[in-house]
Design a protein around this ligand. Structure first.
Ligand SMILES: Nc1nc(=O)c2c([nH]1)NC[C@@H]1CN(c3ccc(C(=O)N[C@@H](CCC(=O)O)C(=O)O)cc3)C=[N+]21
Length: 370
């Protein structure tokens, strides 16, 4: 680990529409435990190499959201199993701000809008392709109008913003109740507070075992990671979790969520001494460093659960586009066969990020209509 790239958002390096085609596992499988805890020469019957099908799990969650939504909302044109037309007027709305002309950002925004349409959520897109002409005041004005717009329940500012724009100033202008990315300082503080471990400042009960019930917005990718652990039946409490990377978008928030779930959490970063030895202690590994294939099979304890957040494009002359996507974990180099469970890239955490965005937007709408 020589560079400090772990401090950067690692998901912005690609522009591809990948046909997700991964080994499908029985994702409905529930195991009472995770991480194996295998000591040397441990349980030989331990099952290894199970693939966590994030795409299938995300699709299931998206269907759950749609079903719930069409049972409540009067104005949704999506019908599932003949259900549709609830009592609440209107439908959830997500407003997306896209500044600049990064091809990867445009791709992600398209994926989010398509996901909204599928779920019965309205989406509004405001683009500012002219980086030279755009000002912070223009963006702030747009956000304030979305803050005041009752048809907008979620506001997402696609990151990264151009360097000349003060990201903190823009994110800080979003109404925290509409901050479906969970990046407003007030939402960050609530996640990073022990006061909110059982109860919020308003005395609301907080149940970290049901992330959907948490009364403020949690960032989407970290929420997706924890949701994957839950969906494979991983019992997080008391486990040793190692998070690799300390970004605001993933590393720090996912570490906090795991703390709230009573894991013992270590954060590994570019200045960590003997990172491999630290990671080898982990029952749960969350890899969010943004470095292709960094985590080798001999970094992993047999039977551990690996959530690979990395999306790295690497050159591959045999691939159609000349490159392919790999995670931060050396999946094909043997990691898959040591881990008890592992997410593929693509088809792991990425699709979950979008499912959690829909969930946050839906929850925001529900709260607004209480
Ligand atoms: N304000 C903000 N919120 C974000 O949530 C946010 C952002 N900015 N900036 C960029 C990153 C990146 N991101 C991804 C979402 C979905 C996939 C995804 O679905 N990937 C698929 C396909 C891979 C691909 O086509 O690139 C997969 O992994 O299987 C990946 C990455 C959200 N981000």
């Amino acid at each position: 680990m020589s560079s400090s790239s772990d401090d950067n958002d690692n998901n912005n390096d690609v522009d591809v529409d990948v046909d997700v085609d991964v080994d499908v596992d029985d994702t409905g499988l529930h195991k009472p435990n995770c991480g194996g805890g295998a000591s040397e020469g441990g349980d030989v019957t331990m099952e290894l190499g199970r693939i966590i099908d994030g795409k299938a799990i995300a699709d299931a969650i998206r269907t759950e959201i749609s079903r719930e939504l069409i049972g409540r909302a009067a104005d949704v044109d999506v019908v599932v199993d003949g259900i549709g037309g609830g009592k609440i007027g209107g439908r959830p709305g997500l407003a997306v701000m896209l500044v600049g002309n990064r091809a990867d950002s445009a791709t992600y925004v398209r994926m989010k809008q398509r996901a909204c349409a599928d779920a019965g959520i309205s989406s509004y897109l405001e683009t500012y392709p002219d980086v030279d002409g755009v000002t912070e005041e223009m963006l702030l004005d747009r956000i304030r109008r979305w803050n005041d717009d009752d048809d907008v329940h979620g506001i997402l500012v696609q990151l990264p913003l151009p360097p000349k724009i003060d990201e903190g100033r823009i994110l800080g202008a979003v109404n925290p109740a509409k901050d479906v990315d969970g990046l407003h300082p007030s939402n960050v503080a609530r996640l990073f507070s022990s006061d909110t471990h059982d109860r919020t400042h308003d005395g609301e009960r907080l149940d970290w075992t049901d992330l959907s019930s948490v009364p403020f917005h949690l960032p989407c990718t970290p929420q997706g990671c924890v949701e994957l652990l839950d969906r494979i039946g991983c019992d997080i409490e008391g486990k040793r979790a190692v998070v690799i990377g300390r970004s605001n978008l993933v590393g720090l928030p996912v570490a906090m969520m795991l703390v709230h779930r009573n894991a013992t959490v270590t954060i590994v970063h570019s200045r960590t001494v003997d990172a491999r030895d630290v990671v080898r202690e982990a029952d749960i590994v969350i890899a969010a460093a943004g470095k292709a294939n960094m985590v080798k099979s001999d970094w992993l304890k047999r039977g551990c659960v690996v959530i690979d957040v990395g999306i790295n494009a690497i050159n591959d002359s045999t691939a159609k586009r000349g490159y392919r996507l790999v995670g931060d974990v050396d999946y094909d180099g043997g990691a898959k066969d040591v881990a008890g469970w592992i997410t593929p890239v693509p088809g792991g955490v990425g699709p979950m990020t979008i499912a959690m965005l829909l969930r946050n937007t839906y929850n925001s709408w529900k709260r607004a209509n209480k």
